[in-house]
Design a protein around this ligand. Sequence first.
Ligand SMILES: Nc1nc2c([nH]c(=O)n2[C@@H]2O[C@H](COP(=O)(O)OP(=O)(O)OP(=O)(O)O)[C@@H](O)[C@H]2O)c(=O)[nH]1
Ligand SMILES: [Mg+2]
Length: 320
Amino acid sequence: MKQVHVVAGVIRDARGRVLLARRTEGRDLAGLWEFPGGKVEPGESAEAALVRELREELGIEARVDAALIRVPQRYPDKRLLLDVRHIRFTGTPKGLDGQALAWAPPHTLAGYPMPPADRPVVAALLKPDRYLVTPAPEDDQAWLAALARALARGVRCVQLRAPGLDARRWSRLVAQAVALCREAGVETLLNGDAALAGRVGIGLHLRSAQLHQAGIGEAIAPLKAAGRSIGASCHDVQDLLQAERLGCDFAVLGPLLQTRTHPGAAGIGWDAFAAMRERVSLPVHAIGGLVSDDIGIARAHGAQGIAAIRGLWDAGGAAE
Ligand SMILES: Nc1nc2c([nH]c(=O)n2[C@@H]2O[C@H](COP(=O)(O)OP(=O)(O)OP(=O)(O)O)[C@@H](O)[C@H]2O)c(=O)[nH]1
Ligand SMILES: [Mg+2]
């Protein structure tokens, strides 16, 4: 299958709005909104290609800044690598190919119809790059204090998980944890228990085995209707495709490295991660032995970021 390397830019105005361009009639994906850019030509660097494309399509002089994310994406006719960079520029963008332009306030980005590869890009712009999964508590007060420290360090999305804990103790602890997270403005998802998630008014994180259970679509429908996030733990392409079919908001894929908690399972590694990621348009976190320092390599392989228990629980703690 044909492999194309495309570079695109995140171009912002002084108010922080992001520039989108609408693909013109007669091309693939016509009518969809995209980040301006185009194909890297043979022998050309990604940076040079992006400067050239933005000059040709918008009439601006661009300086290529930090990488945002590189999204591998499988389309029916080709394999795309969408390489997205932040841009600084001089000049006033104009639709020189006759394409419509829109300056989108960030929170409106998800409302524009876009190609499949752009969903992970929008998530990379808007959503947290670290997803904390809690370890099972030994002492409840110490666990709540550790959670509060993680929030203070800037964790913005938390999965509450404590397999095997006594149900009454856990629902008490969940209520306390949710109060802490709400106070910090942090998104919270509950592992596995749709009914409890519904009662406390938070999102749900599906275990991989739950993804394929009969009736799971009906079980999560009320949460989705209430606007709650649904995450999913995935180990292979079948899990990812099912998470996408169910309308999950994001997935977690791993184990990336071999971990202390799953010593038997060999890690899949970054190349396999990218090869599975390209089959869905979901934002996907990598999990398994990762720490905050791995966010850069994760983004380079199309990940939203990292998910971790130990790697995000103890400041500077050892990898899971
Ligand atoms: N520029 C851009 N292309 C994207 C995005 N998302 C995405 O799937 N693509 C795909 O990446 C490819 C980019 O090709 P393009 O048509 O813009 O290439 P180009 O500017 O060099 O123009 P041309 O080859 O039509 O002359 C298309 O298949 C397009 O659908 C995006 O956000 N920005
Ligand atoms: Mg283009």
